[in-house]
Write a protein that binds this ligand. Sequence first.
Ligand code: SF4
Length: 293
Amino acid sequence: MVDFDYNIVEEAAKQTYIKALTDLPPDVRQALHRAYERESQPAAKEIFQAMFKAIEIADNKKTLVCQDTGLPIYIMKVGGDFPWNGAEIKKRLVEGASRATLEFPFRGSSTHILTRINPQNSVGHGLPVIYWDFVEGSDTLEMLMIPKGSGSENMSTMKMFIPADGKAALKKFVLDAYIASGSNPCPPGIIGVGIGGTADLVMRLAKEAIARPVGQRSEDPEIAEMEVELEEAINATGIGPMGLGGDISTLAVHIEWAYTHITQNPVAVNTQCWPARRARATIHPDGKVEYGF
Ligand code: SF4
């Protein structure tokens, strides 16, 4: 194994958290502008203008797009040829998230479940959330950082369906979940839907779905068709930007799926709010780091 400096991982964990909070991905910016053009309601258009103002202030002052700094989530893809020390990488992700909070500085949103004491560093027992996957034939470490605010995360829901319920029941569940969430997830954002796997995997799939670039369709044509149908149905609700009425209630519906048990069909919904924050770092074995979204 090459002698790799894991300080680089810690710095990337810090920088991606800050980047995600202060710099919106280009696809999100473009999707918001497209939504503004499509929106016909004057009051809804004004809400889009307020969003554009918040982005402009964040760009000019290098500050946060939204005050809810969320809980840190890192989706890691480890190349089979990357110098892998999992325990060390995990330790560096914790430290990087903590340092981002303390050194930027911004509000730490993590808290103890009973005492409600906030350590003010965004981490704590069980945090940050870290997902691992491994990629054959790659020598990079891919880090995708998502800060998840509570307005959208609190609207998460899942249900264990059975195969006899059929596709229509799945779509109705997603639509009902979105209607029930109303203005809470600060629409219009991305609706992440997970289908299949087990009770825990299905929510992870929904979380990975919100991390896709806006409108990137599923590679499976039937799933892609379902994404379009759900987008049209959700926009037809008239919930609109910030839940105050309008033509655009979602920027996109993304579905991630997995095979499941022959007698079950779990579905999960994880909503992302309008800033759809995320940031990415690609770390090479020589220590080079590329930042993006
Ligand atoms: S749901 Fe999103 S946009 Fe709304 S307050 Fe929370 S982080 Fe901010």
